[in-house]
Design a protein around this ligand. Structure first.
Ligand code: ZN
Length: 244
């Protein structure tokens, strides 16, 4: 099977459409979406409806999806909080139901996927080895795909040792090493934060156990205009062109 793995769309329809075009060309069997469909951007309904039309996608909830439904917003920074309140007003009832039904963890073949981390699926940020290490003991599968930090990353566990492995676009990772476990952050579609403003998408081939990261250009200026026109904080537009 060939999977496309994405995360953190954040209501950025331009980025989502560019990534879906890329995925179409890559001829994947299934799409895995690690959560945060909404928040930050201005097209939550359009993004949800785009995903709903697809019959080959598995999605889970992220912390922004959860916060939008449950109004659990006090831990968010002011810009994120404003965007969630805005999203709550915009979302159609049927799309609220769609988000509300998302689970927080799923499995496929030899991998699992969560938004944040295996031990605290919605909320924990795995930024380095110290957060990754305890999570390797919470995994039912050898590979876990995550999002949440918006920064592509790979952490590897072998024989009690955990290390960060370089993970760059178009330099495939070989996940076939016996006795090794991986936690892989697939980056963000709608709001990358690793200094590269292009949308992130991973392609995972379970036949040869190779995983590749790709970055896809999209119309950032148009997305920025929509954010400013909606009256959302200017920083949410500014950050997109810098990938921060
Ligand atoms: Zn996010």
């Amino acid at each position: 099977m060939i999977y496309a793995i994405i995360s953190d769309i954040h209501s950025n329809l331009n980025a989502l459409e560019a990534v879906l075009d890329f995925i179409k060309d890559a001829k994947v069997d299934k799409i895995i979406n690690c959560g945060d469909i909404v928040g930050y951007g201005t097209e939550p309904n359009e993004c949800i409806e785009t995903l709903k039309k697809m019959n080959n996608i598995l999605s889970i909830a992220g912390n922004h999806d959860w916060a939008t439904i449950h109004n659990d917003i006090e831990d968010f920074n002011p810009a994120a909080m404003k965007a969630i309140i805005w999203t709550q007003k915009e979302l159609y009832t049927e799309n609220i139901s769609y988000i509300n039904l998302l689970e927080t963890m799923k499995e496929q073949e030899n991998f699992m996927f969560v938004h944040g981390s295996p031990r605290i699926p919605l909320f924990e940020y795995i930024l380095g080895v110290s957060q990754a290490s305890p999570n390797f003991y919470q995994m039912e599968k050898d590979i876990c795909f995550i999002g949440h930090t918006h920064i592509p990353a790979c952490f590897k566990y072998n024989n009690g040792e955990v290390e960060a492995v370089p993970f760059y676009p178009e330099e495939p990772l070989d996940l076939s090493v016996e006795g090794t476990r991986y936690i892989i952050n697939v980056g963000s579609v709608g709001q990358p934060r690793d200094g590269d403003p292009r949308a992130s998408v991973c392609i995972y081939d379970t036949k040869n156990l190779l995983l590749s990261l790709y970055r896809v250009k999209y119309d950032i200026i148009s997305t920025q205009r929509k954010i400013l026109k909606a009256g959302l904080p200017g920083f949410l537009a500014f950050r997109l062109e810098h990938g921060i």
